[in-house]
Design a protein around this ligand. Structure first.
Ligand code: ATP
Length: 295
């Protein structure tokens, strides 16, 4: 029996590891490191001062287990500190594009540059240390609120944790909990709402303070007050950082320095809000239909 239980336990441990992996960016990345092809080159470099310019040159990508090319010969550039918003129909490859920057997957052809350096020439840890990721589905791990925020930068002081929580507009909520920052969030943050969990994950990124931000805006309905708070903290988070955002909210789209409309045909429109609206093509249609839904 024991010899049968052993592999089952191993599998259970691994499943737990995977589940834990989804709870935080770093842990998630560690799990992704299992990908055998994604390893450091022997002469991979450590990044020093990162300005945050991102360039995609003729990037093509397909999933190994997928059924065809997701991105074909894609070109784009984000200047340091600017915000680029990705919009487009479901399945067009927006999330995939975002996941290529921290090298969750390597591309089939072309190159992705960070500050003129091919990301494959950079140590994976160094690359990822410079990227903050705010995802739609936030999974916290079992532990206190403080521990969950500290995940962004484990050697931070209490003052820094509080500062990050204030910027993420979650401090007042935390202070009203019976044990404040030492309150246990329950398994995977079960005792918190989606909006509260998201603000904790935003606090993590404030603490990490990376020059690059990848933001997958939540589509799920949040109550108005939460939505406004999250929106404000995300605006602050993206200030002076290179930001690539999968945009669902009108305000993000309007304020972005550039909007890329991604479809199965690739990037079909690019420009700022006014330009794309005036052109009257897909973006204008998407925008108008969203606006109608909001009215
Ligand atoms: P949405 O707006 O619905 O999130 P998206 O534009 O972000 O969509 P992606 O999630 O990047 O699109 O998916 C692009 C394509 O790649 C889809 O056809 C999807 O089914 C496929 N895909 C996504 N992830 C994987 C994966 N891990 N393995 C295989 N195929 C995948």
């Amino acid at each position: 029996m024991t010899f049968l239980m052993q592999p089952i336990k191993k599998l259970a441990d691994f499943t737990q590891q995977l589940q834990d992996g989804m709870t935080g960016f770093e842990r998630f990345l560690e799990i992704m490191d299992i990908e055998p092809d994604i390893v450091d080159k022997t002469d991979a470099i450590e990044l020093k001062e990162v300005k945050g310019k991102i360039e995609f040159h003729d990037v093509s990508f397909s999933y190994q287990n997928g059924d065809g090319t997701v991105l074909a010969n894609l070109n784009m550039e984000i200047e340091p500190g600017k915000t680029v918003a990705l919009v487009g129909p479901s399945g067009a490859g927006k999330t995939t594009l975002c996941h290529l920057i921290p090298r969750f997957y390597d591309i089939n052809s072309g190159e992705i540059l960070l500050d003129d350096i091919d990301i494959r020439d950079i140590k994976l840890k160094s690359l990822r240390k410079n990227i903050g990721l705010v995802q739609q589905d936030v999974f916290l791990f079992t532990g206190t609120i403080k521990e969950n925020i500290l995940y962004g930068k484990p050697d931070s002081t209490d003052e820094e944790v509080i500062e990050a929580a204030k910027k993420a507009r979650i401090h007042d909520f935390i202070m009203n909990l019976p044990h404040g920052y030492d309150t246990y969030v329950g398994e995977k943050g079960a005792m918190l709402s989606g909006g509260q969990k998201q603000r904790i994950s935003i606090a993590r990124v404030f603490l990490k303070n990376p020059p690059l931000l990848i933001l997958d805006e939540a589509t799920s309905a949040l109550d108005n007050e939460t939505e406004i708070m999250i929106q404000k903290s995300l605006e602050e988070l993206s200030k002076d950082r290179t930001t690539l955002v999968i945009a669902h909210r009108l305000s993000t789209i309007k304020n972005a320095d550039e909007i890329l409309v991604l479809t199965s045909e690739g990037i079909v429109e690019r420009g700022n809000h006014e330009k794309l609206l005036n052109e009257g093509n897909l973006y204008a249609k998407l925008y108008k239909s969203q606006f109608k839904n909001m009215a």
